[in-house]
Design a protein around this ligand. Structure first.
Ligand SMILES: [Zn+2]
Length: 79
């Protein structure tokens, strides 16, 4: 079993962070859920996380390419 609060080798972030991103809820060491995950589930979680990152990256590109002035850059102009 692997502790979910330790950083993963592939992404460098903890499994707890991946799970909280998925679920939309913070994963704390003090919460009542297990702090460990088996290596098979760990690999699944990392694969799914990497796929999601890929999708988000593509979404970002779509926004940048289709809007003349992206909201983020507009905000930066005034700061
Ligand atoms: Zn498992």
């Amino acid at each position: 079993m692997v502790n979910i609060f330790g950083a993963t080798q592939r992404s460098g972030i903890s499994i707890a962070q991946i799970i909280s991103q998925w679920s939309g809820h913070p994963v704390e060491q003090e919460d009542p859920f297990p702090n460990t995950i088996c290596t098979f589930c760990l690999a699944d979680a990392e694969n799914a996380y990497e796929m999601e990152e890929e999708v988000l990256h593509c979404e970002d590109e779509k926004i940048t390419h289709h809007n003349v002035v992206p909201a983020r850059e507009e905000g930066a102009t005034y700061s």
